[in-house]
Every structure is written in structure tokens, then in C-alpha cells.
Design a protein around this ligand. Structure first.
Ligand code: PLP
Length: 438
């Protein structure tokens, strides 16, 4: 047991995993949690506070997963906890409009520049799926352009990669996604406007929208190059397609108004998730009053949800967003921690000649196990997965909990301290030396 977990006891996690595998596919409710790409078995987490998580064996870790993004204020932030417990006193779900929905909607509309009207759903997947349905309905066109290495949740339209033979022919990347569905999804290269232009040329009058993570987070952190988002906006405007910013990761994280505020490019539709729920399940999509008026019950585009606008989730989201709105210094603090990571990883790479690349945007960063620059999926896909696994296990054994995948990001929170970051860099130094045999 000790060996399997590289130096610490994880017997309770391992026993739970064995049991879970007989009850839940792969023992997990979201695939990447299974530690498949790093080997070994996952840790079962019992509790968390601030920037720390504890597993069922009593080991504690400095957490850079942050529930894959939502925990921008750290775990169990007192404002958020109080909002949830207060809301729970009044009942947990009514299936009717509640004051909490109006409060959260007011915050979203005030903070996100391009959103005048917003609809709440339960996940980022629901948000992107619904935004694309709306884009298709508004434009009357069937096709969607996404980017290779971009992730927008697990709706059928998004589980598609380009076929190697033709950039315009989408093929399903999961069994169960029909060829018809895949054929309506076109795949371009991130930070490559020509690849987008080509798809529009080859599909004249057929593209409903371009959906993009304005700062890519799911191929690891890849910021947009200057002019890329502006170029997308121009192409969409010229061709009568909608531009959808998937801000499920970046929303409220990189600025109060997300990447669109920080980078000054406004999309037609925005999808939100993660931070908006403060750790409870919330997603949202929004845009201008004109576009959103097409959504039922005002318009004909159907979209609904039994638990949408759940009062506990709305309360957690509103407490989180209120805190962010009232404490703009949060973003300066996160940037300061980010710069410390830039310096620390930069020195480790430079001083040791490691074939690595550190990318960061705001409180999102990735150490790619390939030489840079990493500007899109083509380069990101070249990472040395074996070396990453080794690094991951070395970090874990030394108390640093990273996402168990080479294509994910480290998420900073306001609960991380400068001492935490110094310690992380020092442990990364030891871990990289172990990986590269320095
Ligand atoms: N969009 C982006 C950019 C994401 O990173 C994710 C999830 O990681 C989603 C959409 C899907 O969100 P959810 O997992 O809440 O369905």
C-alpha cells in the first residue's frame, strides 16, 4: 500500500476504490478522477478547508485542483458556507422561482459585460449545449466550429475531433455519438485564424457559431495570442455566425467579468459554470436581451431543468460573486501568486535546461512536459506523459495535489498563501530533479 502511494498510507482509499469499481463505472463519477493517465489509484477525499484537502487515510495535501476550478475562494469559505446553511434552513428545492435566482442573476449581469439576460442550468455541459441550440435556432444554420483540444462538456456535439483526412469532416471521439452529429461539428486549431477562415469557406452559409474557451484550459492553459479573439469576432460578424465564449473556467476567475472583460472582446453568447456556483452545481448561459428572448418561455427554443436555480446553489453562487465584486483586490493577489509561480518554474526550467514549458493566465497555469512555446493542441499533444506521471506522483508524495492529467491546469485560490507557493516551487524542484535524474 505504502509503495503504491509512493511513501504514504492510502489503504482506506484503495479499499474504497475497489468497492466503488463494482458499483460505479471505473469507481468514479467523472473519468479523469480515476488517475487513469498517471497510474495508481485515486485518493478518496474526506474533507477540505482553505487550500487543503484531507483524504480518508488522514493525509493532507496542498490543493491545486480546487474541484477543477470552482473553489476560487478556497474550500469552505465562511461567507459561502453561511449562505448555504442559511438557505438550507428554508428548504432545499421548490421547483418555483426564488429570490436567490434574481440575486445571482443581478450579480452575473452586473459583472459579465456581454450578458444582459441569463438562464441558470446545473452544469457547464448544460450551458454549452443550450447555447449551441440557441445559436442554431437564431441563425437557422446547423454547424458548430470548435477547437482541437478544447473541451465544452460532454454533450454529443462536442465529443468530436477532426478526422485526420480532412479538417472539415468531424468524426465522433466517443462511441454513441452519431456520424450525423459529428458531421455538424467542425474542428479548427486554437490560435490559428486561417484554420477558422477555411472552415467557413468550405461551409458557406452553414455555420451557426464558433465556440471557444477564450483562454484555453482543457489542453492545459493556453492563452490566446494577440488578435485571435478579435479575429474570431470579425469572422463571425462577417459570416452571420454567433461567437460563443465558453467561460466555464475563466468566468469570474481571471477578472470579475471573466476573460471577455480582461481581454476586451465581447462575444454574442457566454457560457458559465464552476465559480458561478461557489462549489455547488450551477451553470449558466447568457447574452443580449434580443438573443435570450428566443429562449422558452418567451421564445420557442426549449430548455428546462427540475433543479435549475436550486436555492442552495444560488446562495453559494451569490455569496461567491458578491465577495468577488466587493473585493477587487482578490485579482491582484492571485496575479501576485501567479507571478511567483512564473518566476519559480521559469528558474527551474532555465537553470536545469528541463524540456518544459510553463504557461499561465491569471490564476490558471500549466507546466507542460514539452518544450515551448505551447500555443495550441498540436504542441500540447506532444507532452511526455510518462514524465508527467512521474512528476505527479513525486508531487503527491510530497503533499502537493495536482490534477491527475498532463492537460489540466493548476488553479490558484485566494486561500493559497505566498508561503504555499514558495513551498510548491521548492517541492517541484525536488520532484523534477527526481524525474529527470538531476
Ligand atoms: N466548458 C469548459 C471550458 C469546461 O472546462 C468544462 C468542464 O471542465 C465544461 C464546459 C463542462 O462543465 P461541467 O463539467 O460542469 O459539465
Amino acid at each position: 500500500m505504502i509503495e503504491e502511494c509512493r511513501g504514504f498510507d492510502c489503504s482506506k482509499s484503495r479499499d474504497l476504490y475497489e468497492k466503488a469499481k463494482g458499483l460505479i463505472p471505473g469507481g468514479v463519477n467523472s473519468p479523469v478522477r480515476a488517475f487513469g493517465s498517471v497510474g495508481g489509484s485515486p485518493l478518496f477525499i474526506e474533507r477540505a478547508s482553505g487550500a487543503r484537502v484531507w483524504d480518508v487515510d488522514g493525509n493532507d495535501f496542498l490543493d491545486f485542483v480546487g474541484s477543477w476550478g470552482p473553489m476560487l475562494l478556497g474550500h469552505n469559505h465562511p461567507d459561502v458556507l453561511k449562505a448555504i446553511t442559511d438557505a438550507a434552513q428554508n428548504g432545499t428545492s421548490f421547483g418555483a422561482p426564488t429570490p436567490g435566482e434574481v440575486s445571482l442573476a443581478e450579480l452575473v449581469v452586473a459583472m459579465v459585460p456581454s450578458v444582459d439576460v441569463v438562464r441558470f442550468v446545473n452544469s457547464g455541459t448544460e450551458a454549452t449545449m443550450s447555447a449551441v441550440r440557441l445559436a442554431r435556432a437564431v441563425t437557422g444554420m446547423p454547424k458548430v466550429v470548435k477547437f482541437r483540444g478544447g473541451y465544452h462538456g460532454h454533450a454529443d456535439s462536442f465529443l468530436v475531433e477532426a478526422g485526420s483526412g480532412s479538417a472539415t469532416l468531424g468524426v465522433p471521439s466517443s462511441p454513441g455519438v452519431t456520424d450525423c452529429m459529428a458531421a455538424d461539428t467542425l474542428v479548427a486549431d486554437y490560435n490559428d485564424l486561417d484554420s477558422v477562415g477555411m472552415l467557413f469557406e468550405e461551409n458557406i452559409g452553414q455555420v451557426a457559431c464558433v465556440i471557444v474557451e477564450p483562454v484555453a484550459g482543457n489542453m492545459g492553459c493556453v492563452p490566446p495570442e494577440p488578435g485571435f479573439l478579435e479575429g474570431l469576432k470579425e469572422i463571425c460578424d462577417d459570416r452571420g455566425a454567433l461567437l460563443v465564449f465558453d467561460e466555464v473556467i475563466t468566468g469570474f476567475r481571471v477578472a470579475p467579468g471573466g476573460a471577455q472583460e480582461r481581454l476586451g472582446v465581447l462575444p454574442d453568447l457566454t457560457t458559465l459554470g464552476k465559480v458561478i456556483g461557489g462549489g455547488l452545481p450551477v451553470g449558466a448561459y447568457g447574452g443580449s436581451e434580443e438573443l435570450m428572448s428566443k429562449v422558452a418561455p418567451v421564445g420557442a427554443v426549449y430548455q428546462a431543468g427540475t433543479l435549475s436555480g436550486n436555492p442552495l446553489a444560488m446562495a453559494a453562487g451569490a455569496a461567491t460573486l458578491s465577495h468577488l465584486k466587493d473585493h477587487s483586490e482578490v485579482y491582484e493577489y492571485l496575479e501576485k501568486l501567479g507571478v511567483m509561480l512564473d518566476t519559480g518554474f521559469g528558474e527551474l526550467i532555465r537553470d536545469n535546461g528541463y524540456p518544459l514549458c510553463w504557461n499561465r493566465f491569471g490564476s490558471i497555469g500549466t507546466l507542460f512536459f514539452t518544450e515551448g512555446p505551447v500555443t495550441g493542441w498540436g504542441k500540447a499533444a506532444q507532452v511526455d506523459r510518462g514524465k508527467f506521471s512521474d512528476y505527479f506522483m513525486n508531487m503527491l508524495a510530497r503533499g502537493i495535489y495536482l490534477a491527475p492529467s498532463p492537460f489540466e491546469a493548476m488553479f490558484l485560490s485566494t486561500a493559497h498563501t505566498e508561503v504555499d507557493i514558495e513551498r510548491t516551487i521548492s517541492i517541484a524542484g525536488e520532484s523534477l530533479a527526481a524525474v529527470f535524474g538531476a
